[in-house]
Design a protein around this ligand. Sequence first.
Ligand SMILES: Nc1ncnc2c1ncn2[C@@H]1O[C@H](COP(=O)(O)OP(=O)(O)O)[C@@H](O)[C@H]1O
Ligand SMILES: [Mg+2]
Length: 362
Amino acid sequence: MAKLDLHHIQKQFGSTRVLQDISLSVSDGAFIVLLGPSGCGKSTLLRIIAGLDVQTAGSVLIDGKPIDHVAPRDRDMAMVFQQYALYPHLTVRENLAFGLTMRKEPATVIQTRIKEAVDLLEIHPLLDRLPKELSGGQRQRVAMGRAIVRKPKLFLFDEPLSNLDARLRGTMRIELQKLHKRLGITMVYVTHDQIEAMTLGETIVIMDHGNILQVGSSEEIYRQPNTPFVAGFIGHPPMNLLEGNVTTDQQTCYFHTGNLRITLPIHSCPPTLTSAVLGIRPEDIHLTSSETPEITISGTVECIENLGADLFMYVLAQEQRIVLRTAPGQHKQPGEAITIHVPRNRLHLFIDGQRIERNQTP
Ligand SMILES: Nc1ncnc2c1ncn2[C@@H]1O[C@H](COP(=O)(O)OP(=O)(O)O)[C@@H](O)[C@H]1O
Ligand SMILES: [Mg+2]
């Protein structure tokens, strides 16, 4: 097991800087997920940790010691990629043994390690098959087995489930969590899929354009996103992000966009007209009034999507499209006038790209 620290990692390809200044601490035995859109630098960061790529500046530390000059094969890390790259002419058993044989491990050690991995992943029936005789999910399991037999200090996963269908991804997510609990090995997992990140990670690291925007539990990232990007990236349907201005008028703070005016909790108001983003989660919008202090917005139902367990309703309010998420059984029709209600303590306000907490005056 190992503690991983990244100190001010930068990476430049030619004149393009793809990692800006990444610092991150991953505690021993943690399961951390790097989440961000395609191209934001996740794989590059993982490859730098593994030693497959060299950073332009900064340092990678394991258990407090820099490992920047340690060759990849001596870093004691195992990486699982989206392309599992099993040796096509070797059986599952031979694929599992390959790395250990190359390291000249004794045959008894190899046998024991394979048995442990096979038990853990429940792949006994596959041992004598060739990769072409396996399904996508089975291949991925073997690829994971190949990483497990090495008993690494650190597991690195780069979108390992992307090639699987949705159902299998669901199963593998559960298996990965179990695997982490049983092995207790530090894991760094990269994905662009928010569902994977929210379900797998004890800690989620949100990246965009080579920067870390926020680090937190799934609950923290969901409830208190730092920036409009994080707010819009997590959650389905995404958070409604209304762009407008905030102003004060005799002690009352308002958010304006077009003809829409929303009264905000007073203590979140800047002294002068300032551009701002108001965020509202679709599930925080209700069709009936509640006891809590709330805002109300009038609009027209534009369209309705019934997904069985959920119903998404798109409402046009003063040229702003607002989506709300509710339970099916609402008898609203497109074109119908509607009033929506949002508890005030569920509003997210962002000024200059940063979250304003309700007890904070900008
Ligand atoms: N070897 C390379 N040479 C030049 N640019 C690269 C190279 N590898 C990655 N990049 C660029 O770096 C950025 C980050 O890539 P990557 O780390 O693969 O992103 P992600 O894994 O988040 O999708 C992208 O813009 C990509 O085009
Ligand atoms: Mg990638």
